[in-house]
Write a protein that binds this ligand. Structure first.
Ligand code: NAD
Length: 514
């Protein structure tokens, strides 16, 4: 087996790659507007009620529509997943991993098409779409290999005359609920982690981006996944989401999304339903309010570029996005001025035609919420640049920076999930760390410093799940920077990490007298 290595990113300065992404988009244009069924036990089910997916850069363009699962269909899917678990959990881990490796190979061959679909459905720029397609492939390659390692179990001691074993076994039916901001990578990663561990899956993708999820389930089928192992059941979070979270046969819930929905899932899943005989396992990856700290001893150009790229990549719609910069006062004016210059150079435009740094935000309600936060920001700091939006054709918002914002201000504390950056100054490095830690979240953070002692202090005291030094705070790579956050950012279940698969399993000890 070739050792795991992350998928290379595409260089779009090369004409050949520009041609390939345009071809990928053309392929997607060939199936725009199509209708897709639910997939339950391999059966295609069509319902009257549909979820329609629109291109956020061109809001009248329909990417496709999917049938919407009802509670009855969710119940049917649960029964099938429960039944399929009896056979799938007994399939050799090698065979389960092979489905992932084969699917990764298919996805690699169709990478530009998937990138094109992400440009259309999620409004991702070429670069962001390509990075996400690479991440989706990485999850399959990495988790497949992790399962192969795990199948041996861990050695434990045995006394003379005794034979002890310690092995991981699957849990049961996993409900996988995924967000729209990484509709391919997170959706695929969370689904296959549960599946390769021997569980069966009820996959409920976000309603704004269901098409890429359907195409992915088709790939799993082509790769040899038996019917009923991953069931595709898009639907309303409140209707089938709640129903499945509360269902007595649900054994595991793997959720990625907002803080409030995540907390609701913790609460509902903790209540016993009639007939339930286990405590439901939950894996919850939630929001962030991520900070880049700039020390006075630092490469200030690196600081400004890291802040701008982390704040505005994918229009700030990453849970890891830099939405706060805390700059030590000695270098504050200099860094702020450079952040403004770099922000003003960014281009915002339609991602499925040309290369831009930023595309639209995901939909009308995100647009409205972000524009409201920009209004709030005007009362909380000085608007340095941006502040405007245009939703006439798509949901475009200019990259927006506020300076001199109080660390307790709303735009410094609440997750906006858009291209809005708040900057504040700190008296010194210790003060900067104190501000960095003053939110309820703890997902990512970065420190730009050349002072070794300060770096070490931050390593101990900056309380986030993913801490980066002298780089931006986005862009974790599967198998290299396992990803997950502290506090209200979730259960710190490190996606793309060496102990992630185990979270989808339970350990069994056997002891035999010889
Ligand atoms: P969201 O919470 O609105 O939705 C996430 C998923 O939950 C969707 O599939 C949605 O349909 C479903 N859902 C909604 N209500 C539900 C309910 N009552 N029961 C069950 N499921 C329900 O989040 P979103 O807007 O799709 O995604 C953005 C959020 O996700 C941000 O807060 C972001 O920070 C977070 N996020 C976190 C990570 C991470 O790894 N920590 C990664 C990506 C996104």
């Amino acid at each position: 087996m070739i050792p795991y290595k992350h998928e290379a990113f595409t260089d779009f300065s090369l004409e050949e790659n520009k041609r390939k992404i345009k071809e990928g988009i053309q392929t997607v244009e060939g199936y725009m507007g199509e209708e897709y069924p639910l997939i339950v036990g391999g059966e295609r089910i069509t319902t009257e009620d549909k979820i329609v997916s629109y291109n956020p850069a061109n809001k009248t363009e329909v990417v496709g529509s999917v049938s919407k699962a009802t509670r009855d269909i969710a119940e049917k899917a649960m029964n099938i997943a429960d039944e399929t678990f009896k056979t799938w959990s007994k399939i050799k881990p090698e065979t389960r991993a092979d489905v992932l490796f084969k699917a990764a190979a298919i996805m690699r061959r169709r990478k530009f098409e998937f990138s094109g679909l992400l440009a259309k459905e999620a409004g991702k720029t070429w670069v962001e779409a390509d990075v996400e397609a690479a991440e989706a492939i990485d999850f399959l390659e990495y988790y497949g290999r992790q399962m192969l390692k795990l199948k041996e179990g861990y050695p434990v001691e045995s006394r003379p005359g005794e034979y002890n074993q310690f092995n991981y076994i699957p849990l049961g039916v996993a409900v996988v609920i995924s967000p729209w901001n990484f509709p391919f990578a997170i959706m695929a990663g969370t689904a296959v982690a549960a599946m390769v561990a021997g569980n069966t899956v009820l996959l409920k993708p976000a309603s704004t981006t269901p098409i890429v999820s359907y195409k992915f389930v088709e790939v799993l089928e082509q790769a040899g996944m038996p019917a009923g192992v991953v069931n595709f059941i898009p639907g309303s979070g409140a209707e089938i989401g709640d129903y499945l979270v509360e269902h007595p046969r649900t054994r595991l819930i793997s959720f990625t999304g907002s803080r409030d929905v995540g907390l609701g899932i913790v609460e509902k899943s903790a209540k016993l339903s009639p007939g339930q005989i286990w405590i439901k396992r939950t894996i919850l990856e939630m929001g962030g309010k991520d900070t880049i700290v700039v020390d006075k001893e630092a490469d200030l150009e690196l600081a400004a570029t890291s802040i701008v790229k982390s704040a505005f990549g994918f229009s700030g719609q990453k849970c890891s996005a830099c939405s706060r910069a805390v700059i030590v006062e000695d270098v504050y004016d200099q860094v702020v001025a450079r952040v403004k210059e770099l922000t003003d150079e960014l281009t915002v435009g339609v991602p499925d035609h040309d290369e831009h740094f930023m595309g639209p935000v995901i939909d009308g309600s995100a647009y409205k919420k972000i524009m409201e936060y920009i209004e709030i920001g005007k009362g909380e700091g000085e608007l340095l640049t941006g502040g405007t939006g245009d939703d006439s054709q798509g949901f475009f918002i200019q990259p927006t920076v506020f300076k001199d914002v109080d660390p307790q201000a709303r735009i410094m504390q609440e997750e906006i999930f858009g291209p809005v950056l708040a900057i504040t100054s700190a008296k010194d490095f210790d003060h900067a760390l104190e501000i960095a830690n003053n939110t309820e979240y703890g997902l990512t953070g970065a420190v730009i410093s050349t002072n070794r002692m300060n770096i070490e202090k931050a390593r101990e005291e900056f309380h986030v799940g993913n801490l980066y030094f002298n780089r931006g705070c986005t862009g974790a790579i599967v198998g290299y920077q396992p990803f997950g956050g502290f506090n209200m950012s979730g259960t710190d279940s490190k996606a793309g990490g060496p102990d992630y698969i185990q979270l989808h399993m339970q350990a069994k000890t056997t002891s035999e007298m010889l």
